[in-house]
Design a protein around this ligand. Structure first.
Ligand code: 1CP
Length: 344
């Protein structure tokens, strides 16, 4: 498909661009009144995720309302554990809940893996196809998955956690089992992301939301090799690796065969550049709470951030936008970036 706005893809490929592209993690969701209105008519979150026409509709809402430079397909990282055999519920105001979790070898042996699991997610591929048809090339469509370590956390723990200490316990007490499970998640994620690319995802982002609770040594052992396999399996699209809180792993992340590294707001761009080297593109990293400030201050903060990154930068927040963020703050952020021009 011919794109009318391919700024994100040109930037991710390392080309010289006129200004940085901008989109927001979690842009499709509760910050938008049109999302809340649609969501209120449904039985719950999963109905939205599993109905391709509706998922496509909320994917496009932020492109219409916010004028961002990319769409990200509306879905969740938790479709992968579900496809492998662990169904999830999304409990209102609480978050995900898995009635069944992984505790031993035989439960790992029973998981559905690879293409057999990925083929259960036809609703995601349909949503991608429908979204691209409706977008008609206005902006690129981003596909995503959770990183193996983050998916492992939910499969062991069965819900969100501050410490994910049950998941970490398996790394210390049963490292062989941990590697078996990480391997199966990786194989499934690769099959899934290949299908996403085949159905129209033009860039893939891998979310390692719980990277920051591991040590540098554990991240090198239990995360990096699996991220490497995923990136190597996707030669046809740019890949963004976002490992939240993983400042201690920046040099390792810099050696992955990905085009873009996502940074959270705790990470100084110059510090990251020194560890990652000159070639990667960075994505990030405004504090999501900055968007609670007056519009004028948001614009100044956005410009200052762009200057501190220099070139090779995709503008985003340092994590997902918070649901109670004022829409005017989000718009001030996007417009400030779109008004920016790199000096020659
Ligand atoms: O009320 C609602 O509508 C549910 C809120 C919600 C939304 C809008 C959840 C529940 N998931 C989503 C969509 C979603 N999830 C997207 C959509 C596309 C976009 O970015 O606009 C994406 C990319 C995700 C990814 C996701 N889900 C991550 C990784 C990114 C991150 O924020 O770190 C994680 C950790 C999840 C799990 C999840 N899904 C939902 C919740 C509340 C959680 C987190 C639970 C926890 O704290 O453990």
């Amino acid at each position: 498909m011919k794109l009318k706005n391919d700024l994100l893809l040109r930037t991710a490929r390392g080309e010289e661009v006129e200004r940085p592209p901008v989109w927001l993690m979690r842009q499709a969701g509760r910050i938008l009144p049109q999302y809340r209105a649609l969501r209120a008519k449904l039985s719950g979150f999963k109905e939205l995720v599993e109905t391709p026409d509706l998922a496509a509709e909320v994917t496009i809402q932020p492109v219409d309302e916010l004028d961002v430079d990319a769409a990200i397909i509306f879905s969740d990282i938790l479709v992968i554990p579900e496809a492998m055999g662990l169904t999830y519920e999304m409990v209102e105001k609480k978050g995900p809940w898995f009635p069944q979790t992984i505790t031993n070898q035989s439960e790992i042996d029973q998981l559905v893996v690879g293409e057999a699991a990925a083929e259960r997610l036809g609703y995601v591929y349909d949503a991608l196809r429908i979204t691209n048809r409706a977008l008609d090339g206005r902006v690129p469509l981003i596909g995503f998955a959770g990183a193996p370590w983050t998916i492992f956390c939910y499969m062991i723990e069965g819900q969100g956690s501050k410490t994910f200490s049950k998941a970490k316990k398996m790394l210390y007490a049963h490292p062989k089992l941990a590697h078996q499970l990480l391997d199966k998640i990786t194989e499934t994620t690769i099959a899934y992301l290949k299908q996403k690319v085949a159905h129209g995802a033009m860039l893939i982002q891998v979310f390692d939301s719980w990277a920051g609770i591991l040590s540098a040594e554990q991240y090198r052992t239990f995360a990096i090799p699996y991220l490497q396999r995923i990136a190597e399996a996707l030669p046809d699209v740019p890949v963004t690796q976002f490992s939240k809180g993983a400042w201690f792993a920046l040099a390792d992340l810099g050696s992955l065969p990905v085009q873009t590294i996502g940074l959270d707001w705790n990470t100084d761009p110059a510090y990251a550049r020194a560890l990652v080297g000159p070639t990667k593109v960075f994505q990030g990293n405004l504090d999501p709470c900055q968007l609670y400030a007056p519009a004028e201050e948001i614009a100044q903060a956005a410009q200052q951030m762009i200057r501190s990154f220099g070139r090779k930068h995709i503008v985003n927040l340092g994590h997902g936008v918070y649901p109670d963020t004022p829409l005017d703050g989000v718009k001030a952020f996007v417009q400030a970036v779109k008004a920016y021009a790199y000096s020659a």
